[in-house]
Design a protein around this ligand. Structure first.
Ligand SMILES: *[C@@H]1O[C@H](CO)[C@@H](O)[C@H](O)[C@H]1NC(C)=O
Ligand SMILES: *[C@@H]1O[C@H](CO)[C@@H](O)[C@H](O)[C@H]1NC(C)=O
Ligand SMILES: *[C@@H]1O[C@H](CO)[C@@H](O)[C@H](O)[C@H]1NC(C)=O
Length: 261
């Protein structure tokens, strides 16, 4: 079952080019666990350890293939300005991003449930990283098999998408794994999960693109976080920190997410 052409286009526009892999690899070189190492730096004893732990960046670098450069110099020293000043231009659902309730529920959009109203208490806190069985989309059956305990409020679902390296591939692959409608509804009915993280651009599988989103978003307190970089991390419990931009009136925002172990 193919989705509506406009949606297919939307998904394609938000997809990532190959050169992004290079940018991300470079980013990792200075953004990895050792970044900002405190070695040799003077600090009060215990200060660096406060809330400390290893930081894992689970954010992808957003692509600039589809719509031209995301960041461009408006003023440049090369051209005689005293400073360099860039401007940012990108769709709000590109790269690692968050959906607000208004994304697919008109009543929520009308009620101004934009990204600026998202609950930071949900976006930040203990989170469980789980591996979804690789032979299936996230159906009710798959959800049940994961045995996620009651009380767990944030779950990052790692799927076949990560194994297939879909976020690193150029162009869209609509065979990605995501929630089916019954899987999304099962989560809503049988768990305490409020933050649903996934490792490709849509929390909903392509065949259930609208229905599974709606199953989540009709509950204004459930927050999908999409296109997370979950490669090479052990499953288990982490502190998750996700911060969207304060884009008043927007139903989505790029988001920076990190895990701390
Ligand atoms: C500098 O100015 C030239 C001519 O207007 C323009 O083509 C170029 O893109 C500018 N470069 C930067 C970095 O702003
Ligand atoms: C400013 O932008 C120019 C390109 O116009 C670049 O070559 C230069 O390195 C930049 N300078 C700084 C300080 O970033
Ligand atoms: C997940 O669903 C998509 C269609 O939405 C399908 O193309 C894909 O093969 C499914 N993946 C698995 C592992 O069942």
């Amino acid at each position: 079952m193919a989705g509506p052409p406009a949606l297919t286009f939307l998904l394609l526009v938000l997809l990532l080019p190959a050169h992004q892999a290079i940018a991300t690899a470079a980013g990792d070189a200075h953004g990895g666990p050792a970044a900002g190492g405190a070695a040799g730096r003077r600090h009060a004893p215990g200060l660096e350890e406060y809330g400390g732990g290893r930081i894992v960046d689970i954010t992808h670098v957003p692509s600039d293939a589809a719509a031209g450069p995301l960041v461009r110099l408006k003023e440049s020293m090369e051209n005689g300005s005293d400073y360099n000043l860039s401007e940012l231009r990108m769709p709000c659902h590109m790269g690692t991003h968050v959906d607000a309730p208004g994304h697919m529920i008109q009543a929520h959009f009308a009620a101004c449930l934009d990204v600026d109203t998202l609950d930071l208490e949900v976006l930040n806190g203990p989170a469980l990283l789980v591996d979804v069985p690789r032979h299936t989309n996230i159906t009710a059956e798959a959800m049940e098999s994961l045995n996620i305990p009651r009380g767990v409020r944030r779950v990052l679902f790692r799927t076949l998408n990560t194994d297939r390296g879909l976020m690193w591939k150029q162009g869209g692959d609509m065979s990605f794994v995501g929630f089916t409608e019954d899987g999304a509804q099962w989560l809503v009915d049988n768990t305490d999960i409020k933050l649903v993280g996934i490792d490709y651009i849509s929390v909903a599988s392509f065949d259930h693109l609208i229905t599974a989103h709606v199953a989540f978003l009709k509950n204004a307190d459930i927050i999908p976080v999409e296109a997370l970089k979950l490669d090479n991390i052990n499953t288990g419990l982490y502190m998750l920190h996700c911060l969207p931009l304060r884009l008043v009136g927007s139903e989505g925002s790029p988001i920076r997410c990190i895990l701390i172990k």
